[in-house]
Write a protein that binds this ligand. Structure first.
Ligand code: SAM
Length: 397
């Protein structure tokens, strides 16, 4: 809440975010960073927080705030829970390892398993092999359902995938199953939390992702506890998207093209503000990649056409191109500070889920199930229903 002015405004839209006036020394410190330092610090938020806490003292608590237990056992056990490559037909390598780490972090298993939004059943098959329990999967894409069932039959795995929309009204949830969800997006994982607890499933385990994929425009806390604070923090879709924004590791050629286009967009942004005499961002649609070779002036003509703007014949394109490059450097540096708040925001959401589960009578573990390099969405909530326990009472956040 206190630092919302730092993480909320998007620097692409707001040339000088309001926090720059409030923390001028921090803005100066990031302005001095080289591009290489920016790249390194974006991957090392704890190191960045150590620099930034000289100017924003609360950030001294950052490392402690975002540290969580490792739930995965030692590497040999993770390896033992991972499907061998010969059984992992079609399975992307990282998915195979993610599924193995997820399963190893949850072992041992007591109940039959329900894999929520299971895709082609990669996790389902890993679960079936390692847990020796039967696994049912819910997935709404019929091609994935058919492909997943074929693979399971081929390898003789105790997996049955059903074509099922998990958001359907009157959804049947088999009693006494262990509900799991690996990277079910936004409302899909929240549906498991709501429906799974309503069905009093004995165990619920999920690694959430894409918090912003939701029907509601603003996040509605699940827990009564967080709802009591709801009028103080109500992240909207753009805020929720920040929680999952990562540096894109695209090939160098694609990254160079994206950088160039963003510089042009920011250059055009300066030009259109000057032409209209209105200091406001104008969203411009995607630029067809076949036109990129035509250069910056052609981009401005195209964007002006889309916005019904007339560009005077004496438009100084070199000046606005240079402006775009300058703004792009500023955006990169302001975003760096904004990105510091990705993980705290994600943890705020996941802690709401955890408290909700506690309120429903579950004992909850929260930690990482794998390294961030394997997937940045590496949080795991594992909740076991505590029989006969009254709903937990919370007196502290
Ligand atoms: C990000 S994928 C995760 C798949 C799988 N759990 C994994 O980790 O490989 C999300 C899956 O949810 C499925 N899905 C999306 N909406 C759904 C719905 N309403 N009901 C069931 N499945 C859905 C998608 O088709 C997709 O396979």
């Amino acid at each position: 809440m206190q630092h919302q002015p730092i993480w909320q405004p998007a620097p692409f839209i707001e040339p000088i975010p309001a926090w720059v006036r409030r923390y001028p020394r921090l803005a100066h410190a990031v302005a001095e960073l080289t591009d290489t330092e920016c790249d390194e610090l974006d991957d090392e938020p704890e190191a960045l927080a150590e620099i930034a806490c000289q100017y924003v003292p609360e950030l001294a608590q950052y490392g402690q705030m975002v540290s969580l237990p490792e739930l995965a056992p030692e590497p040999a056990k993770v390896m033992a829970a991972t499907l061998p490559e010969v059984r992992a037909t079609d399975m992307p390598g990282r998915k195979r390892e993610q599924a193995g780490a997820f399963v190893a972090s949850l072992a041992p298993f007591q109940q039959p398993i329900l894999d929520w939004c299971c895709g082609k059943g990669y996790l389902s098959r890993t679960l079936a092999v390692h847990s020796h329990k039967s696994v049912e999967g819910y997935e709404w894409n019929p091609e994935l359902v058919a492909g997943g069932n074929q693979l399971a039959a081929h390898f003789g795995d105790a997996v049955q995938i059903y074509c099922q929309d998990v958001m359907a009204q009157h959804l049947h949830i088999p009693a006494n199953t262990h509900g799991v969800a690996l990277h079910a997006c936004g409302d899909l994982h929240r549906q498991l939390l709501r429906q799974g607890t309503a069905a009093e499933l004995p165990r619920l385990s999920l690694s959430p992702c894409c918090y912003h994929l939701a029907a509601e425009d603003c996040y509605q806390p699940l827990s009564e506890h967080a709802a009591a604070y709801g009028n103080r923090l109500t992240p909207d879709r753009a805020d929720l998207r920040l929680a999952v924004r990562e540096t894109v590791t695209a090939p160098a050629r694609v990254r160079a093209q994206t950088r160039r286009l963003n510089q042009w967009r920011l250059g055009f942004d300066g030009l259109q503000r000057a032409l209209r005499g209105v200091d406001q961002y104008l969203p411009v649609p995607s630029y067809p990649s076949r036109l990129i070779q035509k250069g910056f002036p052609a981009f401005c003509q195209w964007a002006a056409g889309k916005k019904q703007l007339y560009l005077p014949a004496n438009t100084d394109f070199d000046r606005w191109f240079a402006y775009g490059i300058q703004r792009h450097g500023d955006v990169r540096r302001y975003e760096l500070i904004r990105h510091l708040f990705r993980r705290p925001l994600e943890l705020w959401l996941v802690l709401d889920y955890g408290i909700f589960l506690e309120e429903q009578g579950y004992r909850v573990r929260l930690g990482h199930f794998c390294a961030r390099s394997l997937t940045p969405r590496n949080l795991l909530l594992d909740a076991v229903k505590v029989c006969g326990t009254p709903r937990a009472q919370h007196s502290h956040p």
